[in-house]
Design a protein around this ligand. Structure first.
Ligand SMILES: [Mn+2]
Length: 312
């Protein structure tokens, strides 16, 4: 029997910038398990708001100054996904399910790292509850279920594992969610209501920086059941991307993800960006952008070809 993982009570459990449901709920559930404070690095999106409200769980506090603080990183492993001050933090652990690429959180000494090939960071956190024999409350089961359903789009994305499915079923039972599919649909509806956001806000809702060598790119994604309403703002979104590009970016990309068809159209800020997309995906630009059938995941479908392009 190994010694159980523990963290000091002042530890901050930190999800990535432009928080999504998985990172927010991972931070909440992990802080609840180990003791400590869940942190978000930005405004919650409408889906996360819906999940927290549904299970009557408090929003995490906002923080982006991590200098000198004890930090447990959840749902990311690259400095580009966190505030700049994170490099001055005392990182205790990284618990994540993303590829290890450039800009990893390198540390001076050995730390605890747990990276698994599951589709949601909440799946990993739920496993720690089981491992440590800690009873999961209905509230914590609800938020972790929310994280899993969010990252897997209701357990439908191809990289969903049997472990994610198993854990989701167990959590749903504890949380009192009888119909997982119906609940996932409610989450998607909440996520798709982007009426209160400007084009620039939509661009930044689910937006990540990636650095390949000395090249920085931005990649935003919008997954929606009502993607036509977002595409109606195409000119404004393109203008916002061009504005963003001035901040030291080689390229800015954005994916319109249609959750009714599971097809995506990836757009660029300008002709140079479209040339990159055409090369990376081997597909000519159409009226709107580069159309990708059956591809919806930034982590699995969009970033690998773009990364291969810049690293070649
Ligand atoms: Mn995640």
């Amino acid at each position: 029997m190994s010694v159980q993982l523990s963290f000091p009570s002042n530890a901050l459990f930190v999800g990535h910038k432009n928080p999504d449901t998985d990172c927010t709920c991972s931070a909440i559930a992990a802080a609840n398990l180990w003791g400590g404070t869940p942190i978000v690095q930005g405004e919650l999106n409408p889906e996360t708001e819906f999940v927290l409200k549904h299970f009557n769980v408090e929003k995490p506090a906002f923080e982006d100054n991590f200098a000198g603080k004890d930090v447990v990183i959840v749902d990311h492993n690259q400095t580009t996904q966190s505030a700049a001050s994170v490099v001055e933090a005392n990182i205790l652990s990284i618990i994540d399910h993303h590829a290890v690429q450039d800009n990893f959180f390198f540390q001076k000494g050995p730390i605890h790292i747990d990276m698994r090939t599951v589709a949601s960071c909440c799946t990993i956190i739920a496993d720690y509850y089981a491992d440590m024999n800690v009873e999961i409350t209905a509230q914590m089961a609800g938020v972790m279920l929310g994280g899993i359903l969010s990252d897997t789009l209701g357990l439908t994305v191809p990289h969903t594992t049997d472990i994610d499915r198993e854990v989701a079923a167990k959590l749903a039972k504890i949380a009192g969610v009888e119909d997982i599919e119906a609940f996932a649909q409610e989450m998607l509806i909440a996520k798709s209501d982007l009426s209160k956001y400007t084009a620039a806000e939509i661009l930044n809702l689910d937006y990540k920086d990636f650095i390949f060598g000395d090249i920085k790119i931005g990649f935003g994604v919008c997954e929606s059941l009502l993607i036509d309403k977002v595409i109606a703002k195409h000119d404004e979104i393109t203008a916002a991307m061009q504005e963003n590009k001035k901040n030291g970016y080689e390229a800015i990309f954005f994916a319109y993800v249609d959750l009714t068809t599971n097809n995506s159209v990836v757009i660029g800020a300008d002709d140079a960006d479209y040339a990159v997309l055409e090369k990376a995906f081997g597909i000519a630009k159409g009226d709107l952008g580069v159309s990708l059938e059956g591809k919806i995941s930034r982590k699995n479908d969009f970033i690998p070809p773009v990364s291969a392009h810049y690293n070649s």
